[in-house]
Design a binder for this molecule. Structure first.
Ligand code: DLL
Length: 437
């Protein structure tokens, strides 16, 4: 039995544009007022910009508000961005920051309900129903992928298999034995599952899978085609980020041509990353998101650093919410390794704390089979340079351990001689990405 709700899950996806805009304006007014009254950070920013909550009456006024950036989270770490007392916060997620401290994402129950609704809408948009069996093979934990899709499946009324990532043979067994219809994981892990299943002798095309919701890392149309060849499902792109909510901020419908934004809760803008000027629909730039319903940790005009465009035409599916194009890259140097966000500055932050090494390093990212690999070459200082293998190995192991703790993903550390990493005259080259996705 499903709990009766007043409105169908996706009622906001087909609202006439004028009604949607009125709803957005109403929610924006309330959330801006709340942020100003309850978060000293926003009050100060708005005062500096000379904007009062009463100046924000409609979505057209959004551009008057100052941007929020990732660094603001670091400066306000851990709870400086909260809009409610801590007692009203019921969950705290965290994603990578640019240095040692993570970016905190705290939610009230109301915020979680909105997120679950949006992520459930992503499942429904691609055809899942309460009859579906949804295997969540995103990692559970501080990362929002696992818990995000978990509550989405429950909100839809489907049966959820909380597999988390890893132990791939078991994933295949569960899929087969339970008749899983919907798979949620990173696109690279979907390929890994297909490969392991085939190696186990399972006819992957005999599985009941019909939809996959893949995201958290960049992928391409070519990869979609490949996944659809090796698994008997349609592969749908799903987008989200911890600061805003998690998976489900936007996701594709069965047309597979752009990700419908849950515009009634998350308002998207595209700006010129150089000037900050808003760009019209159809033009490529940086995605900026305002959370219209988030009160635990309000978020106004957040610069995501993700590059995309808002598709100017209406979707043939009949939904009126605007879509974004597949993500086209980032304006910063964030890497996504096995679904985990990694900033080169995090590595630098570790190196400056370790005696004997220089903050001279080169990250090489590659893909072996379907798994990302990361090797970090690090220069040793002249003082620490020795021909004692035992000493060097201890240093190497220590660095590898420290980096794994900070980055949340393993990297192979290779020590190299002083001066051996190429110096450039301009911007240092810190990353070689050899993956051909
Ligand atoms: O990756 C949330 C998520 C989980 C999305 C599961 C989809 C599925 P973060 O760890 O905070 O949150 O990383 C957010 O990942 O700014 C993008 O750069 C990247 N990203 C997320 N989805 C996609 C996608 C989750 N579909 C950052 N395509 C974002 C490309 C994506 N990049």
């Amino acid at each position: 039995m499903t709990t009766p709700t007043a409105k169908p899950l996706s009622w906001a996806e087909t609202l006439p544009r004028a009604e949607l805009r009125a709803l957005q304006g109403e929610r924006l007014r309330a959330v801006v007022r709340h942020a100003y009254d309850h978060v000293p950070f926003y009050r100060q920013r708005m005062d500096e910009a000379g904007v009062r909550p009463d100046d924000i009456r409609d979505i057209a006024d959004l551009a008057k508000l100052p941007f929020t950036v990732k660094k603001d989270f670091r400066d306000q770490y851990p709870f400086g961005m909260l809009g409610t007392p801590l007692r009203d916060i019921v969950r705290i997620h965290a994603s990578s920051g640019t240095t040692g401290k993570p970016t905190v994402a705290a939610s009230t129950q109301g915020d979680l309900d909105v997120w679950a609704e949006c992520a459930a809408r992503a499942l429904e948009r691609a055809g899942s129903t309460p009859e579906s069996i949804v295997q969540v093979s995103y990692g559970y934990g501080l990362f929002t992928g696992g818990l995000g899709m978990h509550y989405a499946a429950e909100r839809l009324g489907a049966a959820v298999v909380p597999a988390s990532a890893g132990n791939t043979e078991k994933q295949v067994m569960l899929m087969k034995d339970f008749g899983v219809t919907t798979l949620c994981c990173t696109p690279s892990y979907a390929l890994q599952i297909a490969e392991v299943g085939a190696a186990m002798g399972v006819d992957m095309h005999s599985l009941k899978l019909r939809a996959g919701h893949f995201g958290a890392e960049p992928w391409t149309e070519a990869m979609r085609k490949h996944i659809e060849e090796v698994l008997p499902l349609k592969a749908y792109d799903i987008y989200g980020l911890s600061e805003v909510a998690g998976p489900g901020v936007a996701g594709e419908c069965t047309q597979q041509s752009g990700l419908h934004f849950c515009e009634d809760h998350f308002y998207p803008e595209i700006i010129d990353p150089e000037t900050g000027a808003p760009l019209p629909d159809g033009e490529k730039g940086e995605l900026v998101i305002t959370c219209l319903s988030k009160y635990g940790q309000p978020l106004l005009r957040y610069r995501t650093r993700d590059i995309t465009c808002i598709l100017p035409d209406a979707c043939p599916c009949g939904r009126t919410t605007r879509r974004i194009a597949r993500l086209m890259g980032r304006t910063d140097d964030m890497l996504i390794i096995r679904g985990v966000n990694v900033f080169p500055s995090q590595i630098e932050d570790v190196l400056v704390r370790v005696k004997g090494v220089l903050p001279q390093y080169l990250i090489t990212v590659d893909r072996q089979g379907n798994l990302d690999t990361m090797e970090i070459q690090i220069e040793i200082g002249n003082d620490a340079f020795t021909d004692k293998i035992k000493t060097l190995e201890a240093l190497r192991a220590d660095l590898q351990h420290r980096l794994k703790t900070v980055l949340n993903v393993g990297a192979k550390v290779k020590l190299c001689e002083p001066g051996s990493i190429e110096r450039t005259l301009g911007k240092a080259v810190r990353v070689r990405d050899l993956r051909k996705i």
